[in-house]
Design a protein around this ligand. Structure first.
Ligand code: NAD
Length: 470
């Protein structure tokens, strides 16, 4: 059977990166291989009483760290090699951001919009049941999350199915992440990918020599930003970059692109879209025909946050952005990657820059296993200690802080503060690791390849330490 183009593409990038390492060929082959994949077929009863056979897969690419982790997608064209490719990317992504998981991915071959909520619940619960029966899900085995066509709603169904069939397992909620808050979810998960993108971009913009090499000044403040797609990732990426001083000069959705060199007010644009059903004709902005037009917008930073294959060999030569932050998975084709590299455009790879979601999923898993909300034990204790410190400073200096100053100095961290702090630390540290690999390998190598080398080195170290059992 011919390997699908997507799996081939992932493997090609792996092979190119592997050539920059000195690991044994057989070890590299083991890292590249998808360790396990199951296909299941099961019947569900439709609302009209008929039966339908559903096909689904779950791939576990690498168990060098457990559990394996990755979303479950509902898509009519999902197939085995797609979930294998996506599971491999999850292994590399987790390694890059030091999330101690292997990679996994699942897919159910349906178009979610053709099913009622009740039917979707039966499909999701039956798939969860199949995974449980085959020991393919569990807090220490394999922990799914949402992906295309799935959301916290499906995660709650999976968690409940698991808990029903594993009575007495106190860790049952940790079998899946991105759950609703009331079902063991975590604050900050919804915003995590866009916020992580912002932390990464801000850190990169602080790098004065790197900015100079791109012909830009240091700092995110004043940089002109264009964002494709205003869904979960795009909306939050745009929001946090604007809050960080970026100027939103271009935004796009399915219906088209709007630009305004003076800047667009994101919340006003969202309200306009809600009211009129379209981004277009936003007061003060210019409509540009085509949802893809945003890719060529006159900007410093372009964040494609909608879907794959948006930056292509066709439009890459006309791209004006100096930095591309891949919020979406796979928005740049290999041909575009080559063109952009030659043009000196900095492409911040998806495998790093959109890893905020899995990072905060890791925090959710930790929360579920520790059975306590982050910050619950120490928030008030810290506030007391900080208040005493503030009081001592006031006494020593004879100056009184304002109520607002006192609050900002003495506030203890709640769950969202801690989640954001962990996410910020992760995005900054991971970028520095990728950058140091890139510095070692030289300018001919893209940051995507450097990120893959970073992942391969970390996974190889794990395998070497583990040895082979039996
Ligand atoms: P989403 O469905 O919330 O948002 C996607 C948005 O893009 C929608 O608003 C949609 O209308 C819009 N869109 C579709 N086609 C478009 C086009 N041609 N031009 C402009 N806009 C278009 O999905 P999401 O969760 O934001 O995911 C977006 C991408 O980010 C996907 O590639 C996904 O795999 C990736 N991603 C998501 C997460 C996450 O945590 N949600 C994490 C990592 C990667």
């Amino acid at each position: 059977m011919a390997t699908s183009a997507f799996l081939q593409q992932v493997n090609d990038i792996f092979d190119e990166a592997a050539r920059h390492t000195d690991h044994d060929a057989s070890l590299l082959a083991q890292i590249k291989a998808c360790n396990t994949i199951i296909q299941v077929s099961f019947p569900i009863r439709r609302d009209d009483g008929s039966l339908e056979v559903i096909r689904a897969w779950r791939a576990q690419h690498s168990q060098h760290k457990l559990p394996t982790k990755g979303g479950i997608r509902f898509a009519p064209d999902v197939h085995d090699e797609e979930v294998m490719a996506l599971a491999a990317l999850m292994s590399y992504k987790c390694a890059i951001v030091d999330v101690p998981f292997g990679g996994g991915k699942g897919g159910i071959q349906i178009d979610a919009k053709n099913y009622s909520v009740g039917e979707l619940e039966r499909i999701t619960r039956r798939f969860a049941f199949e995974l449980i029966r085959k020991n393919f899900i569990g807090p220490g085995l394999d922990v799914p999350a949402p992906d295309f066509g799935t959301s916290p709603r499906e995660m709650a169904w999976i968690a409940d199915t698991y808990a029903q069939l594993r009575p007495g397992d106190v860790d049952a909620l940790a079998c899946v992440t991105a759950k609703p808050l009331g079902q063991g979810g975590i604050r900050g998960r919804v915003q995590a990918t866009g916020r992580g993108l912002f932390y990464g971009v801000r850190e990169i913009c602080r790098d004065a020599p790197l900015m100079k090499s791109l012909g830009l000044t240091p700092g995110l403040a004043g940089k002109r930003v264009a964002v494709q797609g205003l869904g979960n990732v795009g909306y939050h990426a745009a929001k946090f970059m604007a809050e960080g001083g970026g100027i939103l000069v271009g935004l796009s959705e399915r219906e088209g692109t709007i630009v305004n060199p003076k800047g667009l007010d994101l919340e006003a644009v969202m309200a306009h879209r809600k009211a009129t059903g379209s981004l277009l004709d936003f007061p003060g902005a210019t409509n540009v025909p085509g949802a893809g037009a945003v890719i060529e917008a006159d900007c410093d930073i372009l964040a494609p946050c909608a879907l794959e294959l948006q930056v292509t060999g066709e439009n890459a030569p006309r791209i004006k952005a100096k930095i591309i932050a891949e919020g979406a998975n796979g928005p740049t084709t290999p041909e575009a990657d080559r063109i952009l590299h030659e043009k000196g455009v900095l492409v911040i790879p998806d495998i790093y820059i959109n890893a905020g979601g899995v990072t905060v999923s890791y925090f959710e898993w930790l929360k579920n296993l520790s059975h306590v909300r982050f910050g619950r034990m120490e928030k008030r204790f810290d506030e007391g200690a900080f208040s005493r410190l503030v009081g001592a400073i006031e006494k020593a200096t004879g100056k009184e802080f304002s109520e607002a100053e006192r609050h900002s100095l003495a506030a203890g961290a709640d769950e969202e503060d801690l989640v954001n702090s962990g996410l910020e630390e992760t995005m900054i540290t991971s970028w520095r690791q990728i950058k140091s690999v890139r510095e070692r390998l030289g300018n001919k190598v893209t940051y995507r390849i450097a990120a893959f080398v970073d992942a391969i080195d970390k996974i190889a170290a794990s395998y070497k330490e583990l040895g082979i059992f039996p």
